[in-house]
Design a protein around this ligand. Structure first.
Ligand code: NAP
Ligand code: GDD
Length: 370
């Protein structure tokens, strides 16, 4: 039997790291694309480096030739195109770059497959998004819900979705989009709202931060666990026929609800008072020094020019055709995992800082450092 060879773009990201682990456990040879940066910061995949079936290559989604060369060299049987400028708010500040990577980048991947004559051999998974539904036209959203993108990020991803569909029909390629709703984890980037909240809850509980500033607390999301979602990416490529799938839990919560639960797992009970920019989250139970303090405030800085506020996915097709269970990790468990991780991280950071302080005091006393 021929070997399964996966090429993952975005391997250093949240999903890329979980997908690498998942595919390696299935016996795949995994190749990942990395970008040159002034600091080599590959925390999420550091534990995989050095494994005989894990290989990293420099390339960039904005550089066609690097992709054509790499696809030719690796000869993948499956490509998972996860690379993207993935932050919606940042797409308002860098719209052209976002379009180049998130829209044209998808085309470059498809063309790299064609240029190497791998259309019949190599399947392509495209990381599409619930942001396509944007200013939603119905709830919950399924594969037939009309798209209404509502940010430069979503508009770029819409091109990615349609070009994948076009290449599927025009060239008979096995390429599909997973329309994934928000999925989070202890590896989530620190500026996405869930991780920003779990880290802040941990910092506040450890006395390292006074207050958390957020934007729209009413925004509703269908949040799942990233580790569960990467299985779907693989399942989508194992079907007999290439198709697009909505991947979601089918359950919706607000940013405010996420915040209350995260602080609860950090040992702090919050009560929200006031409205709009004047809304605050006050500590009503927990460590005595925090009682009565306003620990969460709203800042206009985190409002978006246009915000997507009502995402709620219907995973029926994924359940029926992929046999996938969207409830493997509940919302409560997800928040608990993230807060536990961040509480331990802040405690470890504190301990390391204390050791540094003690060492420095000792060195100063001995006259080693002046
Ligand atoms: P992430 O943590 O932000 O990771 C993004 C990855 O893309 C990183 O590895 C990044 O590399 C890489 N990348 C960015 N620009 C690149 C470029 N020009 N060339 C090559 N690589 C580049 O994102 P994620 O949460 O894992 O999401 C994975 C994909 O799913 C993204 O396409 C995202 O838009 C999509 N998606 C995510 C969600 C979600 O809730 N997480 C939901 C729906 C869709 P560096 O490490 O070098 O920056
Ligand atoms: N980031 C952030 N920071 N968002 C905030 C904040 C804040 O301080 N306060 C409120 N929000 C609201 C945002 O306005 C948005 O409505 C919601 O929280 C979620 O924001 P993010 O966590 O940044 O994620 P996102 O939904 O915009 O985008 C993520 O999910 C998409 C799938 O729906 C990203 O992972 C995208 O790449 C992905 O496609």
């Amino acid at each position: 039997m021929s070997k399964n060879i996966a090429l993952i773009t975005g391997v250093t990201g949240q999903d890329g790291s979980y997908l690498s682990e998942f595919l390696m456990a299935k016996g795949y040879e995994v190749h990942g694309i990395i970008r040159r940066s002034s600091v080599d910061f590959r925390e999420r995949i550091a534990h995989l480096e050095g494994e005989p079936n894990f290989h990293l290559h420099y390339a960039d989604l904005s550089d066609s030739m690097s992709l054509v060369r790499l696809v030719g060299k690796v000869q993948p049987t499956e490509i998972y195109n996860l690379a993207a400028q993935s932050h919606v708010q940042v797409s308002f500040d860098s719209p052209e770059y976002t379009a180049d990577v998130d829209a044209v980048g998808v085309l470059r991947i498809l063309e790299a497959v064609r240029a190497n004559h791998l259309e019949k051999i190599c399947k392509v998974y495209q990381a599409s998004t619930s942001e396509l539904y944007g200013k939603v036209e119905e709830v919950p959203q399924n594969e037939n819900t009309p798209f209404h993108p509502y940010s430069p990020y979503a508009v770029a991803k819409l091109y990615g979705f349609w070009i994948v569909k076009e290449y599927r029909e025009a060239y008979n390629m096995f390429c599909c989009s997973g329309i994934l709703f928000n999925h989070e984890s202890e590896r989530r980037g620190e500026t996405f709202v869930t991780r920003k909240i779990t880290l802040a809850a941990a910092c506040i509980a450890h006395g390292k931060q006074d207050c958390l500033y957020l934007g729209n607390l009413d925004s509703l999301r269908d949040w799942g666990y990233a580790k569960d979602y990467v299985e779907c990416m693989w399942l989508i490529l194992q079907q007999d026929k290439p198709e697009d799938f909505v991947i979601a839990t089918g359950i919706q919560h607000s940013v405010r609800e996420f915040t209350i639960l995260a602080f609860k797992y950090a040992g702090i009970t919050l009560e929200f008072k006031g409205k709009g920019l004047n809304e605050v989250g006050v500590c009503i139970a927990g460590p005595s020094e925090l009682i009565g303090k306003e620990l969460v405030k709203v800042s206009e800085d985190f409002y978006r020019p246009t915000d997507v506020v009502n995402l709620w996915g219907d995973p029926t097709k994924a359940k029926e055709k992929l046999g996938w269970n969207p409830m493997t990790t509940s919302f409560e468990k997800l928040v608990e995992i993230m807060v536990k991780h961040d509480m331990a991280k802040i405690a470890a950071d504190n301990a390391a800082a204390n050791i540094r302080k003690t060492n420095l005091a000792e060195y100063l006393e001995k006259g080693i450092v002046k």
